[in-house]
Design a protein around this ligand. Structure first.
Ligand SMILES: *Cc1c(COP(=O)(O)O)cnc(C)c1O
Length: 344
């Protein structure tokens, strides 16, 4: 398994083995199991369907995976490991749901939160020495800024990386020394906009056990169907990611040349583009004028989605004319025609 490429692991990891076994892990809708085996009560040790998904994601990220009801459920479980008064550093522009959880914890007096500009490497270095937890997104949602992980590990703070945008195909933070990787499998891992699911992965066995306990405590357990769908989605992640990234690179290049577009952020890898129009009105008009690209929130599916992020209260500080564009699996020339028409 270890010398297989990620593309092969995505296909073969977590697959049942043995004569007469089904090729695909069954959907096991069970809350409890006969006593004396690996599983007792589903909220405690999970179900065979979760286990198969966890084995596959763990094989890609290089650690032990734990699945949760949603990405935010996984984020909350990680934060649950830190004691009252812990200091957390988070990028100024980063996933609004994570910042919402952190702001709430700060308001309730549980955590101390510092927001740091992703580009301020000096401030991140200071936080690595002073804080208890660095919450890293790279690329960030929705501005697609990058944070260099390697210089931030091995200091006082634990390092958690939300790897939703890069996926394990783009980067494996555990191999760079990060303590925990978090995924919203709702996005690229699932890949079909048909489920909610979150995952944590860590190479530290004690930490992995703590995360399972956090799931048991908080009850943020995935559904049997969702875990099965996420594993089914994961099987094609490498080809989807490669193809959608290729289209994203092409479209980012064309957007950068378009006179109506004032700025394009595309870090060179991945399926997401952030681009700006002069103001909220111009950006909203593009969303309304598209025919093929769907005006909707979320990302990472086979269908292209676009939205103006600043319309959400949690992202009100994002540039008003910024559009977050999730590039799907459609023909990129059809996507470009749609964009060009909408840009006018
Ligand atoms: C969507 C998202 C989440 C939250 O995941 P849900 O599955 O919606 O709960 C966390 N982090 C990032 C970067 C996301 O895009």
């Amino acid at each position: 398994m270890n010398d297989w490429s990620p593309r092969t692991r995505a296909i073969a990891a977590g697959r049942p083995a043995g004569a007469g076994k089904p090729l695909n892990t069954p959907i096991v809708p069970a809350s409890t199991f006969y006593a004396g085996g690996d599983h007792t009560y589903a909220r405690e040790e999970g179900t065979p369907t979760w286990t198969a998904l966890e084995e596959a994601v763990g094989a890609l990220e290089g650690g032990k995976a734990t699945s949760f009801a949603s990405g935010v459920g996984a984020v909350a479980a990680v934060l649950d490991l830190f004691p009252a008064g812990a200091q957390v550093a988070v990028p100024t522009f980063s996933y609004a749901g994570t910042r919402g959880l952190l702001d709430h914890a700060a308001e309730m007096g549980r955590l101390k939160v510092r927001r740091i500009d992703p580009a301020d490497t000096a401030a991140w270095a200071v936080a690595a020495e002073e804080a208890d937890l660095l919450w890293i997104e790279s690329p960030t949602n929705p501005t697609l800024e990058l944070i260099d992980i390697a210089p931030l590990v091995g200091h006082r703070a634990r390092v958690v990386v939300d790897n939703t945008f890069a996926t394990p195909l783009g980067q494996q933070p555990l191999s760079q020394g990060a303590d925990i990787v978090v995924h919203s499998a709702t996005k690229l891992i699932g890949g079909h906009s048909d489920l909610l699911l979150g995952i944590t992965v860590t190479a530290d066995d004690a930490l992995a056990e703590e995360l399972v306990h956090a799931r048991t405590r908080t009850g943020a357990t995935p559904g049997a169907l969702e875990a099965w769908l996420a594993l089914r989605g994961l099987r094609t992640l490498p080809v989807r990611f490669a193809e959608q990234s290729k289209s994203a690179a092409l479209l980012a290049e064309r957007l950068a040349e378009h006179p109506a577009v004032t700025k394009v952020a595309y870090p060179g890898l991945g399926t997401m583009i952030a681009f700006e129009l002069p103001d909220a009105e111009a950006a909203a008009k593009v969303c309304e004028s598209l025919e093929l690209i769907v005006h909707a929130t979320s990302l990472g599916g086979v269908e292209s989605l676009i939205e103006r992020r600043a319309m959400w209260p949690g992202d009100a500080h994002v540039p008003a004319g910024l559009l977050r564009f999730s590039v799907g699996l459609e023909d990129p020339e059809d996507l470009w025609r749609d964009l060009r028409n909408a840009l006018g």
